[in-house]
Design a protein around this ligand. Sequence first.
Ligand code: SF4
Length: 333
Amino acid sequence: MARIFSGIQPSGELHIGNYLGAVKNWVALQSQYESFICVVNYHAITLPYAAPDLIARTREMAIGLLAAGIDPEKATLFIQSQVPEHTELAWIFNTLTPLGELERQTQFKEKSGRQEQVMAGILNYPVLQAADILLYLADLVPVGEDQIQHLELSRVIARNWNARFSPDAPYFPEPQPKLTQTRRIVGLDGRSKMSKSIGNTIGIMETPEAIWEKLRPAVTDPARQKKTDAGDPDKCPVIYQLHKAFSPPAVVIEVEEHCRGAKWGCIDCKKSLHGHLVAELAPIRARAQELAGDPASLTNIMDAGAERARVVARKTIADVKERMGLPLAASAH
Ligand code: SF4
C-alpha cells in the first residue's frame, strides 16, 4: 500500500473550505493508502501567537478531522509536536538546503512581506515541511496546485540527501504530488479563498440558523436584480459552487435551469442549498460535539496516533543518523 502524508494547520474549528478542499479527500484516501495525517503545530508557531489559543485551536482541529471522518483505526492522525523527530530531521535537512532555494519560495516572500521582523522559522518552514513528508518515506502528498512548489523542494532535499549519504540505493523516495479534485473554495465574500483569517467561512460546528444568517446575504449573479431576471450560475461564485459541492446532481441541474430560466429567486436557491448543506454537516457536528465533551478520549486518540507515528519516525531517524555518522540518542539503542 503506497503511503501518503497530509498536514493541516491548527487553525481551530474546521470550516467547509478545509473540509471540501482537503479533508473530504483525505477521508476517501484513507481506505486506499497508508495515511499519515498531521496537525502541524510547529508550523503554526512561525507567526506570533498566544499559547492558550494555540492549544485550543490544535484540539479543535483534531476534533474537526475526526468528526469529518478521519478514522484513527485506518489513518495515523497525530499532532506534530508530539513526534520530536520532525524537528530533528528538519535540522539535518537545513544543512543540505541552499539558502537561495528558500528565499525563492513564494510563501516566504508573501509571509515575510507582512512582518516587521522576519524570523528564521518563516524561511525554514519548507524544510520542516520536507521533514514532515520524508520522515514517513511518503510516496504521495495530496496537494493543490499552490503547494506544488513546496513539494518540489522536498524532492530536491530527498535527492540531495540520497546523493550524499545513500548514493547506491536511494533511501528517501521523491514524493509525488497527488493532485486531488480539490477545489479552491471561494469564501462568502465571493472574492477570496475561504479562510478563517479573512472571516468568510462557514464552520462545521455552526448551527443551521447561523449558517442561514451567512448564506442569506451572500453575493449572487448581479444580473439577478428581480426574480424575473435570468441569471448565470457561473457568475454566482458562492452559492452555485456550494450547490455543486453539497447538493445531489439532479438538484445542481435544477439550479442551472431555474437560474437561467428565472424560475425561482436567489432566496429559494439559497434555501435549497441550506437544506443540503445542513444535512451533510449534521452528523459531523454531532460527532464533533461528542468529542468536544469527552476531552480524555480525544487525548487518548491523539496520543495513540503520535505513538504510531513515532514508530516509523524513530526508524527513519535511526537509518538517517547511521548513514550520516551520527550516534543515536542513548535511550534509542
Ligand atoms: Fe446564484 Fe442560485 Fe441566484 Fe442563480 S438563482 S444567481 S445560482 S443564487
